[in-house]
Every structure is written in structure tokens, then in C-alpha cells.
Design a protein around this ligand. Structure first.
Ligand code: ATP
Length: 241
């Protein structure tokens, strides 16, 4: 089935001890799309991404990549299938250089010529990382660390990138810059994106399709353009007056 989604999540449930953080989530991401999952603090966005990327095991439900089930797989195995999680809070290696961080992204790969080519590709998209390649990553600005986190994710050669709040803590100018690059990576490098965001405004501008997560459940979904028009979205997520 060529129209099958690249990523399909069905009835997923994830717990922290007795606390059910993901309460039966179903969603899909079609190849080539940017799909956003919007939600407030504590809605379960990070938990959802951790469960997809194998950092957490679900209690129930399935995660399918091109039809084959990957839930419960180890994180490395999920990366090798082409799914990379770019965590929030930057989570780069602060005492390694920029270039060493990028190389860490490719640690499961052995195609050395292609790794070097991919490093150049990352530097094409983020010239500031090339300028700073010998600098310790911990000395970068917040925006540059976010760029490095995305760059490191690209070094895994992903088919789908799971981006956890790339706008977090950045100025509007930097948010615009990073989202422009996210859109270019989608269009020019054919990287499918699942973008988890509190910043509904920017997320709906780049996304094709969106879901709204509240208290671990999907409460609304639709084409991004439709969601932008929705009164509820405007009131609760876009801060319309
Ligand atoms: P944020 O934007 O704050 O990261 P989020 O939408 O990503 O929010 P999650 O971090 O996935 O939300 O949290 C979902 C729920 O699970 C919240 O109620 C949170 O308090 C709870 N939770 C998250 N991490 C843990 C943990 N390690 N132990 C117990 N409960 C947790």
C-alpha cells in the first residue's frame, strides 16, 4: 500500500508508575509531511515522543513505521530504522566540540564517506555551526545549541525527525530562522517531521496537518490551515483577543 503513512500510532498508552501520561493516542504522519502535535505544558508531548523513539515502553498500543511495529524496540534500533528524536532542552554534549557532537549523531553508521558528506550538508544549513565547529558546544547560544541538536539528528540520516519544542526559550527572530530551516529540510531533503510544540502559531505555519493533545488524549485534529481557523485553537492556543 503506497498510501500507507510513514508513521502510525494506534491506541498508545504510557505510564509513569501509576500515572497514565498517554491515554490512548492514535495519529499518523504521511511521508513528506510536517505534522505538529500541539499541547500545553504537561499534556504529554514529550512522553509521546519518548514512547515513539523507544526511550519509554508503552503499556498498550502500537507504533508502526511503514507498517512494521517498532514499539518496545531499543532507542538505537529505532534510530537505525530512520526515526530520530531531537529532544527539548537542547541535550547536546556540552564539553564536546560542535563537530564531535555531530559525529555522535552518526555513531551507529559506518559509511564514512557519506558521514563526511552529511556533515557538510549540516554545515550548509547551519553555517554558524561550521564557524564554531571546534568550539565546545556548551559555549553556544541557546539558538545555536538548538541548531546543533537538529544537526546531530540529521547525522543519523533520518526518514522522520521527532522534534520536541524547537522554539523553546528562543527569541521570535531565532524561532523564525529555525522554522525556516525545518521547512527547507522537509522540502529539500525530504525529511518527514513530527513537530511537538506549545507555540501553535509558528507550528501551524509550517505544518501540513496537526493534532491537539490535552491531558494525554488527542482532542482535535485537521489540516493545519483548518486548525488556524478554528475558534477553539484561536482562543486557547493562538491567544486571539
Ligand atoms: P512539557 O512541555 O512540560 O514537557 P509535555 O506535554 O511534554 O509537557 P510530559 O512531559 O510528556 O508533557 O508529561 C505528561 C504528564 O506526565 C504530566 O502530567 C507530567 O507531570 C507527567 N510526567 C512526566 N514525566 C514524569 C516522570 N518522570 N515521572 C512522573 N510523572 C511524569
Amino acid at each position: 500500500d503506497t498510501n500507507a503513512p510513514l508513521l502510525k500510532v494506534d491506541n498508545l498508552e504510557s505510564f509513569y508508575g501509576p500515572i497514565m501520561a498517554i491515554r490512548g493516542v492514535s495519529l499518523e504522519v504521511k511521508e513528506g509531511q510536517i505534522v505538529t502535535v500541539l499541547g500545553a505544558n504537561g499534556a504529554g508531548k514529550t512522553t509521546l515522543l519518548k514512547t515513539i523513539s523507544g526511550v519509554m515502553d508503552p503499556e498498550k498500543g502500537t507504533v508502526r513505521l511503514q507498517g512494521s511495529e517498532i514499539q518496545g524496540s531499543a532507542p538505537d534500533a529505532v534510530v537505525n530504522r530512520g526515526v530520530v528524536h531531537v529532544p527539548e532542552g537542547r541535550e547536546i554534549f556540552p564539553i564536546l566540540t560542535v563537530e564531535e557532537n555531530l559525529k555522535m549523531g552518526a555513531y551507529t553508521r559506518s559509511d564514512h564517506a557519506q558521514i563526511a558528506a552529511d556533515m557538510e550538508l549540516v554545515y550548509d544549513y547551519f553555517p554558524i555551526l561550521k564557524e564554531r565547529r571546534t568550539q565546545e558546544a556548551g559555549t553556544l547560544s541557546g539558538g545555536q545549541q538548538q541548531m546543533l541538536a537538529i544537526g546531530r539528528g540529521l547525522m543519523t540520516k533520518p526518514r522522520i525527525m521527532l522534534l520536541d519544542e524547537p522554539s523553546l526559550g528562543l527569541s521570535p527572530l531565532l524561532v523564525g530562522e529555525i522554522f525556516t530551516i525545518i521547512r527547507r529540510l522537509n522540502e529539500e531533503q525530504n525529511v518527514t517531521m513530527m513537530l511537538v510544540e506549545q507555540n501553535a502559531k509558528v507550528a501551524l505555519e509550517v505544518a501540513h496537518y496537526g493534532y491537539v493533545l490535552e491531558l494525554g488524549r488527542i482532542v482535535m485534529s485537521g489540516e493545519a490551515k483548518k486548525l488556524q481557523q478554528s475558534k477553539d485553537i484561536q482562543e486557547f492556543y493562538l491567544g486571539a483577543q
